[in-house]
Design a protein around this ligand. Structure first.
Ligand code: PLP
Length: 425
């Protein structure tokens, strides 16, 4: 059994019924399916295996901002992924999960001293550079340690991508990357540096890129830049073509035809004869997770019927932040029940704490379990303690095997590290 399926009227994760998980670990909990992560990775790999020769396969660097639990990272490592990181904390997680430095790339924006230093100490494979000053900083810190480090330059191709304004990164008015002119200038200057070694270019136009045709012009702009750099006798042997591959949320079915996508890479990037890197995050884990939550109350007002669940916007902020529409389904089959329009809300003191408005669902009773779907990416990794709510548990299931990969916080965890000023006694 793969992922989330219904069996005898009950929703299962792999071979395990979700009510069993709720009994054992409580709610709200994030529940991930290892088989589903594996099948996403294999689908991506095999589309490339069909489109590209075996010695030009892209290296996959999982973008761990999507889900950075070390249990999930370890699973992706065993599948053959490297890791894309954006902070010192993510580097730490990656190393704890068993990644070697040369399996890790840093794409962080605004890299601080400590993260550059830790990255160089760990011997990471490359830094993707955002500005001239950042490049100088990397070169300087590498010089302090007398260690060379590879750098790529992030292109901003001025192409709209990303399923929401807040996760689009490829237009000139966004803070990310640089235009072609600037990159050529930085590349030229970097070629004379002793410690930062320019190896290539990167691009990433956004996350949840639902206008998938946008990948093609983004890759074409990379190709034109590489030709220009090579004309100037600047070496380019590594291209990082980013992540952003979309998944379906409320509706089922794939948004990205992986075979066409791999063909674009074969047509546009392969002829440049460089190493190819991709950085998928959401695609690998998004549909492999649910947020399992219990119905606390059904509250009826003059105009609305509210389904009040025990998960809230602090646990899953995507609907509030990106107006994301996650699928929501009861865990036990409701055949024969009426369909009712609910506003599905959490207990937080904000009207924005809402998972769905006027969502038609089978009539649900107090105490029933509900699964908020496609919550494996940018779910727990964006969770907070807002309203002093302890962070939920995370559980990884693989076939019959169940592992608690993060313990639920308790209230004493909430004030860990805080202290009372002694002068207030
Ligand atoms: C540089 C970079 N690479 C990769 C990703 C992963 O994107 P996604 O999860 O949509 O694949 C992001 C996400 O913000 C990113 O900023």
């Amino acid at each position: 059994m793969n992922g989330f399926t219904e069996k005898n009227g009950i929703l299962y994760v792999d071979n395990v019924p979700l009510p069993e998980i709720a009994r054992k670990f409580g709610t709200p909990s994030y529940v991930y399916s290892a088989s589903s992560i594996r099948s996403q990775y294999n689908a991506l790999k095999s589309s490339f295996e069909r489109a590209l020769p075996s010695n030009w396969q892209p290296l996959v660097f999982y973008a761990c901002k999507a889900n950075s639990n070390i249990g999930v990272l370890k699973l992706l490592k065993t599948l053959g992924c490297g890791l894309e990181i954006v902070s010192e904390g993510e580097l730490y997680r990656g190393l704890e999960a068993g990644f070697k430095g040369d399996q890790i790339i840093s794409t962080s924006f605004g890299k601080n001293y400590n993260e550059i230093s830790a990255g160089i100490d760990a011997g990471i494979r490359q830094f993707n550079i955002e500005s001239w000053e950042e490049l100088e900083q990397v070169n300087r810190i590498a010089a302090e340690k007398d260690k060379r480090t590879a750098v790529l330059f992030r292109l901003n191709p001025n192409i709209a991508g990303g399923g929401h304004e807040k996760i689009s990164t490829g237009r000139h008015d966004h803070k990310f990357g640089n235009n072609e002119e600037k990159i050529v200038e930085m590349y030229r200057r970097a070629a004379g540096m002793k410690y930062a070694q320019p190896r290539g270019v990167s691009v990433h136009i956004g996350s949840q890129v639902t206008t998938v045709e946008s990948f093609r012009p983004a890759y074409e702009s990379i190709a034109s830049l590489v030709k220009r750099l090579r004309k100037e006798k600047l070496d380019v042997d590594r291209l990082d073509i980013g992540g952003g591959f979309p998944i379906a949320y409320e509706k089922t079915g794939a948004l990205l035809d992986l075979n066409s996508f791999a063909k674009w890479v074969a047509e546009i990037i392969l002829p440049l004869k460089t190493e190819i890197q991709i950085e998928p995050g959401r695609f690998m884990v998004g549909n492999a997770g649910v947020l399992l939550t219990e119905t606390l109350y059904i509250k009826e007002t003059d105009s609305r019927r509210f389904l009040v669940v025990d998960a809230a916007m602090n646990d899953l902020i995507r609907p509030a932040l990106y107006e994301a529409n996650h699928g929501i389904i009861p865990v036990t089959s409701n055949k024969g029940r009426n369909t009712v329009a609910y506003d599905v809300v959490g207990p937080i003191c904000e009207s924005g704490d809402i998972f769905a408005r006027q969502r038609p669902l089978p009539e649900i009773r107090k105490g029933e379990l509900v699964a908020i779907q496609s919550a494996g990416a940018y779910g727990f990794s964006m969770a907070s303690n807002y309203n002093s709510r302890p962070l939920p548990a995370e559980i990884l299931v693989d076939g019959d095997k169940v592992a608690l990969i993060r313990k639920r916080q308790n209230v004493s965890d909430l004030i860990r590290g805080e202290s009372l000023p002694e002068w207030l006694d």
